[in-house]
Design a protein around this ligand. Sequence first.
Ligand code: AMP
Length: 962
Amino acid sequence: MCGLSVIPRPDAPVRFNHLLLGFLSLVILLDSKAQQTELEWISYPPNGWEEISGLDENYTPIRTYQVCQVMEPNQNNWLRTNWIEKGDAQRIFVELKFTLRDCNSLPGVVGTCKETFNLYYQETDSEVGRSLRENQYVKIDTIAADESFTQGDLGERKMKLNTEVRIIGPLSRRGFYLAFQDVGACIALVSVKVYYKKCWSIIENLATFPDTVTGSEFSSLVEVEGMCVSDAEEEADNSPKMHCSAEGEWLVPIGKCICKAGFHQKGDACEPCGRGFYKSSSQDLQCSRCPVHSFNDREGSWRCDCEDGYYRALSDPPSVACTRPPSAPQNLVYNINQTTVSLEWSPPADTGGRNDVTYRVICRRCSWEPEECVPCGLNVGYSPAQSGLVDTYVTAVDLLAHANYTFEVEAVNGVSDLSRTQRLFAAVSIATGQAAPSQVSEVIKERVQQHSVHLSWQEPQQPNGVITEYEIKYYEKVSLRYICLSKSTSATVNNLKPSTAYVFQIRAFTEAGYVHSKCFRFSLVCVSISSAAIVSSEQNPVIIIAVVAVAGTIILVFMVFGFIIGRRYALAVKFPGTKTYIDPETYEDPNRAVHQFAKELDASCIKIERVIGAGEFGEVCSGRLKLPGKRDVSVAIKTLKVGYTEKQRRDFLCEASIMGQFDHPNVVHLEGVVTRGKPVMIVIEYMENGSLDAFLRKHDGQFTVIQLVGMLRGIAAGMRYLSDMGYVHRDLAARNILVNCNLVCKVSDFGLSRVIDDDPEAVYTTTGGKIPVRWTAPEAIQYRKFTSASDVWSYGVVMWEVMSYGERPYWDMSNQDVIKAIEEGYRLPAPMDCPPGLHQLMLDCWQKDRAERPKFDQIVGILDKMIRNPNTLKTPVGTTPDFTSFRSVGEWLEAIKMERYRDNFTAAGYSSLESPVKPTEAFFIFSLSSLKCPHWATSTKKGFLLDLFFHPKPVTEIGSEI
Ligand code: AMP
């Protein structure tokens, strides 16, 4: 199921002695119809409003107030309700039902008869007695009838009943009075209902959300933290939240709780796993049956216990079967060669139910008589290893000659060390033969002379016989090899070359020869001769370090040299055919950069006319620029405020240094700068319609799709130009696009340190930088990876801003929630009336993998194609009704085949398209809820959502309808 986006609760308790109205999230503070006894409101003067008993359309007795002083001029009749305690409400709805007599139908009342009355309120902390002071009341509205009547009298029930709803708030005192001022109309006030809206306590995603009073504004969403139900816990970094809308509906569930280990979800609660079942982690959805060879006889278990003789290794997850150690290896055979033994065997018959069987070898040396065995110790070597053997063979070397050994080969698996049962192994007993000596050790260079070195060494620990002589091999570099022999444990090697490195190998020699005897390696430098570099025949790390150091130095020299050249000759770094953007910060002298790229203007050519905005460094004005021999043109003039610091001046002019490098019809054009006079100015082409976001908001719904796509095409072309130049904008947003009188959009707002600094949208992120989160690609937020691909992401958001006429991306969601929602894969839904192809392009720009996003070049191509084939820009019929073509909410509902909800709309205050709450805002809420399921955007699903929104059903029914 696709998430419960709008969740009303039908059976919420009644608070403050107020009545709960049906399924709607309303708390009734006053309902005149519900009162059978006299209302006893204050009426003044006495001959004005009059309380009268009557019957409503269902013949139920009601109390009404009437007034009909239409013959006398200058009427001022007041009626005031009793004091209404507001409870925790902030935004109060007042619903009036009344009938009003048409003045034309009353003879002789011209000039005195009125067809409206006024609604007022007064806030107080307690009741203030029965006197009525007009000047203490705040006017809510003048109420006029949609329908007045001409025949019958005031008591007749078939008269046309008007319903009007007004909203007051935010309220700050404990309560209030309502007052009705009649100025000469013929009115019957049939019912007065006062209520506010509330989101009732609910359980969603295993989190309880308490009763929450709606916010004070229509567009405000109250964010509420959920509390996990018992035996549930918050999902990591995903604490449950929902938003209580102004209409008393829960929207946009974010995050969730999940049942703890040992518990599973049943409805809105967590229940323990039954016996014989377990759930090891809160991440698992269901309890599972105990795996093979395990059991449990408790409820709520996170794992099962192993049967006797079976175990679970530490690394085994609770979901795998319990296992046991393997049986012994089979068919162990051996082969002796002097003091080397090779063993081979077959795998065990029973692996214990595991596939991590390895082998270990235990070696013991035994005396001949009586047979006593001791561990072989570290003198014996094993190839490939003594334990952890994956293959079924091993070679043991450096055994003693003429000795007795036993070898045990054991198969082990992940649970062998846990088992206390007897070890199972295969064993062989072996007697070794004659053997070569082990290696010599501790070779010392005792005397180093110009052409010789005197070495001494220790006898091998295991001579394995009588050592007859030692062989001394030495290498000059790697190529030449010399050998000399010595009978004792020392030798002098002569005829060495000065400044030459040698490696020495010395090995002992017995009757058994050198076989399997290891060589001792020793490298030497004749230091008395040479102070040159130390060299060995092996890969000497010193050489590597030296080579790296030399190479590094060369690279560094080149880099430093290149950097200096780059700084001094930044302009020289151009590539043939492409104009490349040059970062003004690379100039040692920023003034040089400004004059390199921007024309110095004479201040006398500029005429400042008026202030049009406020920039970070000073006022932005409009005016005229008249250059000698040219026509004067409209310009925007950015000024640097007086008292600036040198850094401010540099940063201010930096924008000109950047803008001056660009020359494209969709990038704002720099006319020049004034740096030699005061104030310092940047002169830019004038963009009559100012920034795009404000412009679109001002002209909501007034452009054709082709016009909007034309604007987007312009922005994309400007961005293509900038990205081709190698310029990354970092702050592409509708507010940073300017629009001229021909609706041409141009990219603006360039800067370096000030990028983002002066953007009110930018906030500090955890990575330390200031970032306009809603417009920025995830990789740029997370690790500041700003590229043209991250500009493409921002461009997608600009597309959305344009198609929704300047709506705020992600509406009222907090920046943190936006980051989380994006991370979870949510993307902005298609704005109203947005052709699916355009929304698809937005989604392409919001690909998580930046390599997958289209390039600006491709975007321009796609938009051009759409403009050439306007049929592709048609919105499928029925998906997005056009409100402007309907005269009433009823008509609109009829058009979208949902007339059956007309009453719900009326009750919720959507009676006419001029209602304080417009139906478009219902779609705003729909859009929010569709965040979680963008594919719901079909007319039937919309109908369903609206159904939910205005005609709530129990939560259990929702799943079956989707
Ligand atoms: P800025 O400092 O660039 O953000 O400019 C502040 C405000 O001045 C903008 O929001 C625009 O409304 C206005 N503005 C800046 N440049 C121009 C321009 N070239 N033409 C018209 N209005 C501009």
